[in-house]
Design a protein around this ligand. Structure first.
Ligand code: CAA
Length: 445
């Protein structure tokens, strides 16, 4: 069977930056360490007034097409995953195609376009759609463009305001990919949950504490489902585990739970037994509360062991480096985590070809998905071509007054007119409204 997977990735960050410990925490009267240590965040990326999900998505896609030397005819499908859409009928992918057609001679008239919605997991679901389309043999030798783009903003004063972000990840899905091959095996954990939603509003309604619990419950369910088809997962078989990262502190919790699960009944559990005992088994307890208490105690002890800390530092920590600087990108977030891991490996001169990533995606509402990816031999060139460090460095660092001014520009219900803070260069920008309420875009040289 021919390999199908991600051939190339490009990233586009919002052009503004909000310094969380330096600018946000003091205004909120909070300890900066709540951000750096607790949530694990240094900054959020933020969209300037001329940026939105279309500009960021089109800019990421444009970089990707340029770098891979692609023309519109090479693309048979464009799917945009977002939870920040502004139209219930016309998909964002049509706007993105319209932008790209401004800068290419050809067009995307024979590409299938769509928009995927299931909170943050929609980006991964779009990868699935592309994978299935290629596997079904309907692609006529062409590739699919998957774009995960979001302005992940919360209402002022909401607890989620600490975890905002904005950016896009564009991915090219092809046969014989250069970056990673996707596994056929997948696991799902899906249930009707009310943890985070946007009932026809741009800034979400969130039950933050509950959302954390739902994330963990669905992720665990997905892992069990994955193991039921792929066999038991063992820590030694995995180079990295990129998780959906609303903020790194969430992944700290997921990593601990995951490690407990995948070491159960292995020699790694035995190695820890002298120090912290064996994992509590439900059948050994008469009541649920006593079992839960024992589990909590075991987890507290586990996170302090050298064995766990070393595993976390090698397998999970490298997936968080970009997220710490940009915050939550919703649909793009797990795909940034994958890039962070590969970028760390490249910088450490680690050879990864043939190694396995286990990817844990999550969308509120709620669904988790787990699949594996095999790193392909072109990964170094692909990751070395990214300019994300320069993009992060070039962001305009907002003052508190700037932030207060620009925040509500990105609430679709409000008409806020704010001068831009940065000067766009070689990128698509929002260019006002058309007669039917459509958005207009233009490319700035
Ligand atoms: N030094 C060190 N650590 C500190 C600290 C300090 N001075 N002050 C606080 N902390 C720690 C806390 O102990 C806590 O860590 P633990 O959970 O490990 O104990 C962490 O910092 C956060 O502190 P709080 O819980 O007090 O923060 P909060 O009440 O402001 O809310 C939140 C946190 C609920 C996650 C909130 O930011 C939120 O609602 N976020 C949006 C929802 C979200 O991201 N949910 C994640 C799962 S849902 C999902 O993944 C989908 C999605 O993308 C939205």
């Amino acid at each position: 069977m021919t390999a199908v997977g991600i051939d190339a990735i490009e990233i586009w960050t919002g052009n503004l930056k909000l310094d969380l410990p330096g600018t946000f925490a003091p205004e909120k009267g909070e300890d900066p360490e709540k951000y750096t240590k607790g949530l694990g965040l240094n900054a959020s990326s933020f969209p300037d007034s001329y940026e939105d999900i279309v500009t960021m998505g089109a800019n990421a896609a444009h970089r990707l097409m340029e770098r891979k030397g692609l023309e519109p005819d090479d693309i048979g499908r464009i799917d945009v995953a977002t939870e920040s859409s502004f139209d219930n009928s016309k998909p964002v992918s049509t706007y993105v195609a319209g932008c790209l057609e401004q800068v290419y001679d050809g067009d995307f008239h024979h590409a299938n376009k769509g928009e995927r919605k299931f909170a943050c997991i929609a980006g991964t679901q779009s990868l699935d759609d592309a994978y299935n389309w290629i596997r079904a043999g309907r692609h006529r030798g062409r590739s699919a463009l998957v774009i995960a783009t979001d302005t992940a903003l919360y209402a002022r004063g909401d607890a989620g305001e600490a975890t905002q972000g904005a950016g896009a990840v564009a991915m090219l899905i092809s046969e014989d990919p250069d970056l990673v091959e996707l596994s056929t095996e997948q696991g799902y954990g899906s249930a009707d949950e009310t943890d985070f939603l946007k009932p026809n509003q741009q800034f979400p309604s969130v039950d933050g504490k509950r959302s954390v619990q739902v994330y963990l419950a669905r992720m665990r369910e997905a892992l069990e489902d994955y193991e039921s088809v792929a066999g038991d997962v063992h820590p030694d078989d995995l180079a990295y585990i990129p998780f959906h990262t609303p903020f790194p502190g969430m992944v700290r919790k997921a990593g601990l739970l995951g490690y407990r699960h995948i070491t159960r009944e292995t020699s790694l559990e035995d190695d820890l037994a002298d120090e912290i005992g064996r994992q509590p088994r439900e059948e050994a307890f008469d009541d649920e509360d006593a079992f839960r208490d024992a589990l909590r105690e075991y987890m507290d002890a586990l996170k302090g062991t050298d064995q766990y800390r070393e595993w976390y530092a090698e397998t999970i920590e490298p997936t968080l480096s970009l997220s710490r600087e940009v915050g939550n990108w919703y649909t793009g977030s797990v795909h940034l985590a994958r890039v962070s891991a590969l970028k760390t490996a490249l910088e450490a001169d680690r050879e990864l070809t043939g190694e396995t990533l286990l990817v844990g995606s999550y969308g509120s509402g709620a669904q988790a998905e787990i699949h594996a990816e095999t790193v392909k031999s072109g990964w170094k060139d692909e990751i070395a071509a990214l300019n994300i460090d320069e993009q992060l460095e070039d962001r305009y660092d907002m003052s508190w007054a700037d932030y207060e001014e620009v925040h509500d520009v990105h609430n679709h219900e409000m008409d806020v007119d704010v001068e831009e803070f940065t000067t766009p260069e070689a990128e698509f920008v929002f260019d006002g409204w058309g007669r039917m309420g459509e958005r207009k875009y233009r490319y700035v040289e």
